[in-house]
Ligand binder design. Sequence first.
Ligand code: ATP
Ligand code: MG
Length: 771
Amino acid sequence: MPLTNIEIPSRLPLYTQTEAVVFPYMLFPLYISEKEVVTFREADKYEKYAVLDFERPDDPKSELSAGRCDIGTLCRVNQIKKLDDGRYKVSLEGVTRVRILDTEPSPPITLAHCEIVREFVEKNLVSEALVQSLNALLKIALSHGKPLPDDVMKMIDYIDNPARLSDLVALYVNLPNVDLQELLETVDPLERLKKVYVHLTNEVQRMQVKNEVAGEVTKRVGKNQKEYILREQMKHIQEELGDEDPRSSDLNDLRKKIEEAGLPEDIKKIADKELKRLERINQASPEYNVSRTYLDYLAGMPWNTSTTDTLDMVRSEEILNEDHYNLKKVKERILEFLAVRSLKDNMKGPVLCFVGPPGVGKTSLGKSIARSLGRKFVRISLGGVRDEAEIRGHRRTYIGALPGRIIKELYRCGANNPIFMLDEIDKLGNDFRGDPASALLEVLDPEQNFSFNDHYLDVAFDLSKVMFITTANQLDPIPGPLKDRMEVIRLAGYSSQEKLQIAKSFIIRRELEENGLTDRGLTFSDEALEKVISDYTREAGVRGLQRTVASICRKVAKEITQQKDLRSHITPEAVAELLGPKKFYNEVAAENDRIGVVTGLAWTETGGDILFIEVTSMPGKAELILTGSLGDVMKESARAALSYIQAHADEFGIQPDAFENRTIHIHVPSGAIPKDGPSAGVTMVTALVSLLTGKPARRSVAMTGEITLTGRVLAIGGLKEKVLAAHRAGVSTIVAPERNRDDLEDIPENVRADLEFIFVNEAAQALSVAL
Ligand SMILES: Nc1ncnc2c1ncn2[C@@H]1O[C@H](COP(=O)(O)OP(=O)(O)OP(=O)(O)O)[C@@H](O)[C@H]1O
Ligand SMILES: [Mg+2]
């Protein structure tokens, strides 16, 4: 079916441009200059026809060649009108596609020789289906808000000719000119219809996405708007009701707090500045809380707040004695401090360091010192602290930043002169997050700590009024510079006698109260307590004793509630009945004397202990085997002991061939516990000589002392702990270095009375005692 059956002149004015592609049946205004309008004026001579052609721009990505296109549009020139601005408006009406065969200049215009492109459409199922689909798609596009004039819609409903339909729809798909020209050049109507369908589908998809995004945005905007309106309404309601805006009341509180805190002038300035800043911050922003918390700390720190010391020496001494038995040295040191304090008002706080085994009362002493001075007590445990920021805080620029623990505790305690206990200072860790020990240096140095700088607070705080007390089980792990700033006070373990006293005067009273037995008149016999101390506990401190007494009290309480026979007096038999079989045995008394086994004394973190050094020999290479988790120092002292004996073999009555082809093995149980230190030297010499001479060593003789290669005995540390351990274990004689004789003073009288002490200068002297 031929669509276009008009006749046209063989030559027509040609207008080539880059602005537009015109389709048949399309009305199109062209705005051009005076010079260009000539082409259309000439149209009068050609039955009002002109040919409009598109010049394809240069596009490296496109396969199509740039320049004038072969297919153009035959247009009827309906009107030419001069506009006010000097341009011309040319109204064109697209008529049909033409193929431009040739051009020739005919100044001032160009003429084109063209032929009409005749389009044939066969109506069949495919074309019908395509027309229907396109129609449906158009409706969808419309529903997504595609602007299509009503009459176009109506027209589309009527048109069932694919050629016309495709041209009409092409006009309404937003396509660049290049694509429009391509559609113009697609002369097969069905082919063109398919292309238009694809373009329209793409556009519909684009519109869908656009609508979804737009929907999301409006939803969000809507929510914010709603919140805003609600908030405004709430403000209004609050005003009506006479309620205050919570934000302004919050700020007022804060302002009042800052005013009343009596801050030093420079701090006040900083606080005021921060408060001004806070007023400008939106309350909902996280910044608000950061700033508010900071101001809280600033205003709440005890800049000038101190408690008044009770400077009553007599009363203070009474309090110290009320809480703790003995511990003379510590109590004396506290009273000295009090004495100086009463003479000098602004004395710097000393830093005491209590070192001793667990359960000897280090922590509880701190509390009682605070009580006797009438100061507040603050305690932090440094065990496992690895991060410097725990001491010194985080800079406020970090999210969730807080002050370090020193400042935090002072804030909480509300006074700038508490007793501040830094517990377990020997358990400080350090890793990539910095070294907390070096942060503590500043805290504990009286020369520096009047201006302690916490990263969070960012202004110096004066710590010089604080009295720091640190505690540790061992002195060795504490870094040297830190140790240097502290006054070390050693608390050795307690003897059985002392423990008995502590139990009688403190523990029992405390535990009866804890377990609701105060009014029951329950009493403990001394023998019962002694049994608890020797058979159910083995420790330097009294924590185990306290636990065991507590256990007895609980069992008695249980019996009372069960209405069994009411116990009012705890005897050794009652202890056995309540606690079951004893937990510890006297290793020394229980065993016979043996060859090559000697009792030694060791000093450990948990106080003193006894250990047995065992030596044996067997045929083999001449070598020395050492086992029992021994440290390097201990191994070396074993070698020294062996060399000394080899060198003096004849003096000890050892056969010269005793070392030939024999392997000597020294073992120190318990094998799993690491041991180190030089103080087992004398013990090893004795064990070796006992083995090599075949004389059994007396088990009840315990010895300690470092030896030199020439057999001299050097001083050792921790004699008190060692002696107490020996006493607990039932040793009768102690061999110790002559140079430790002065340490005897520290050992309780009753322990000294039970033991025989032999002080030696030479290893040989020890041998004569033990073998
Ligand atoms: N001399 C004493 N007089 C009265 N009670 C004591 C005495 N020594 C220790 N105690 C009591 O023993 C218990 C344990 O003491 P504390 O907790 O102070 O031990 P510690 O030395 O801090 O041990 P650790 O090193 O394990 O922290 C406390 O209840 C304490 O009151
Ligand atoms: Mg403690």
